[in-house]
Design a protein around this ligand. Structure first.
Ligand code: NAI
Length: 369
């Protein structure tokens, strides 16, 4: 793997290989673009089959974070931590070591929860650095960002319904959710509470049972999820669900969910467009957590989750309108929006400061509250 070639191709600024002598922790921190502010992005921990797989993940995920903060119009850039090996001293010590590594970047990077890490982990990271979000609620932190992501996806779905069917009404529409984890469960529940006819599946049977016990929900089989006759398919489990094999089998008019990297390739994107299926760009749909964790509302009367739902709804709506007016796909419209946020920026990277400040989150006229 030619790492400098990969970094230059996607405009990455810095890739830090961190090895902790005391614990044996091996972690990578990728900083994609700090021209708009410090690089923020969660910490992923999973079994990578090779170092190059971990590097590719860190580079790809940090770049996606830059896009998220640009569409959110927040003064941050994209970063990501990938844990390659937790070492030999246990999870708590590994997370404290990670905090020390983050501290060496002197405010150029801040982390949070991601696949394979939890608020508890972030609580340990917080013992050695202030540059961390999503620590446990009982310690005064923001806790699990899943509900915020689900709120954003809900807002985005409403915008998609309006664009595709001319009405934002959830009531009576049919939704099929893949993955009933942190995000998918909350999303399915909210859709059902608003009168949607919700079906779904999960590899974990207990999640399906819990959904059926908690709200109006129809369990469906795992395999032909993609073929479910419905209005909206909501991928909330895995990446690559939209591929040349699956796209021709879709019966829904909208695909809108939280899963990262839903599109396997360019061919699948083109196929969706040709079939007239509205695909809401995943990195916009699932940016509710990024918005929730990096902002604060000054007025305690404001329901922050409702504001996240409204804001992501407005952003998705403006991306869809822009796509329609320019005759391009929503993903191209989102890419153009991101490019605009960097217009006139010099090439200079952000120089860290001791504290990474949260941004104010205020309702705006465009919010669909
Ligand atoms: P999670 O790990 O809590 O839930 C994922 C669920 O999908 C699990 O219950 C798992 O059993 C199920 N699953 C896995 N493979 C499946 C399959 N083939 N068919 C059906 N179910 C399957 O993850 P979480 O936090 O709910 O995230 C869901 C997706 O959203 C992921 O792709 C994640 O990267 C993305 N995302 C999550 C955010 C968050 O705030 N949690 C933020 C942005 C993106």
């Amino acid at each position: 793997m030619d790492i400098f070639y990969e970094m230059a191709a996607a405009g990455h600024e810095q890739l830090v290989f961190h090895y902790d002598r005391a614990t044996g922790l091996k972690a990578l921190i990728a900083l994609h673009d700090t021209r708009r502010g410090p690089a923020l992005g969660g910490c992923r921990s999973r079994n990578y089959s090779s170092e190059s797989e971990a590097i590719t993940d860190a580079l790809r995920l940090s770049r996606a974070m830059t896009g998220k903060f640009a569409v959110l119009d927040l003064p941050y850039g994209g970063g990501k931590t990938v844990i390659f090996d937790l070492g030999t001293r246990g999870r708590e010590e590994a997370m404290k070591a990670l905090g020390r590594a983050i501290e060496t970047l002197r405010g150029r990077y801040g982390t949070g929860e991601d696949v394979g890490t939890s608020p508890q982990d972030m609580g340990w990271v917080a013992e050695t650095t202030d540059h961390v979000w999503g620590t446990p609620e009982e310690k005064g932190g923001d806790g699990n960002p899943g509900p915020a992501t689900a709120a954003g996806v809900l807002g985005g779905i409403v915008a998609c319904l309006e664009e595709q069917f001319g009405s934002p009404e959830i009531e009576g529409r049919r939704f099929a959710v893949q993955g009933l984890g942190n995000v998918g469960f909350e999303l399915a529940k909210s859709l059902a509470q608003r009168g949607g006819r919700v079906s779904g599946c999960d590899l974990d049977r207990d999640r399906v049972t819990l959904a059926a016990q908690t709200f109006r929900f129809e369990p469906i089989d795992l395999e032909p999820w993609i073929e479910t006759p419905c209005d909206v398919l909501c991928p909330c489990a895995l990446g690559n669900v939209l591929n040349p094999d699956s796209v021709p089998r879709i019966q829904a008019k909208i695909v809108a969910g939280a899963a990262n990297n839903q599109l396997a390739d360019e061919e699948s994107a083109t196929l969706l467009e040709r079939r007239g299926i509205l695909w809401a760009p995943d990195f916009v749909m699932n940016s509710g957590a990024a918005l929730f964790l990096t902002t604060e509302v000054s007025n305690p009367e404001i329901d922050k989750l409702a504001l996240v739902e409204a804001r992501i709804g407005s952003i998705v709506k403006s991306v869809l309108q822009r796509a329609r007016r320019s005759g391009v796909s929503p993903r191209h419209a989102a890419a153009a929006l991101i490019a605009e946020k960097f217009e006139g920026k010099s090439g200079a990277p952000y120089v860290g400061q001791d504290k990474i400040e949260k941004s104010p989150l205020l309702p705006s006229d465009e919010d669909r509250l």
